[in-house]
Design a protein. Structure first.
Length: 113
């Protein structure tokens, strides 16, 4: 997906910025990364609060191979395919992903203090 396609897809959610990274791209709202794109698949940020919705739909977490050959799993889960055709539901899931990203950033800040 091209950056302009991602911006159009998330238009119902609001303005997003797409930045290339690690062979994919990060999707940002207000300087906070809440989604990532890898090999044409969008993954949304999850945390303890939002993970059950993804688990109910058996949506896989984003993972990648490390230099040591192991699999690393990140706190992003595959976006439901139906959201590509439902801008209102996509906006709701994107708002929750952004909230999860903000909670994660706030928790990380507390741990550093």
């Amino acid at each position: 997906m091209a950056p302009e396609d991602i911006r159009e897809l998330f238009a119902g959610f609001g303005t997003v910025t797409v930045k290339r990274m690690f062979g994919g791209a990060g999707v940002y709202a207000e300087e906070t990364m809440f989604a990532l794109l890898h090999e044409g698949v969008i993954y949304l940020k999850v945390d303890e609060s939002s993970a059950p919705a993804f688990e109910r739909e058996s949506l896989a977490p984003f993972s990648y191979a490390t230099k040591g050959g192991k699999r690393a799993v990140m706190s992003y889960r595959r976006m439901p395919d139906r959201l590509y055709d439902d801008p209102d539901e996509l906006a709701a899931w994107a708002r929750e992903a952004l909230a999860a990203a903000r909670r994660g950033a706030a928790n990380a800040k507390k741990k550093r203090q």
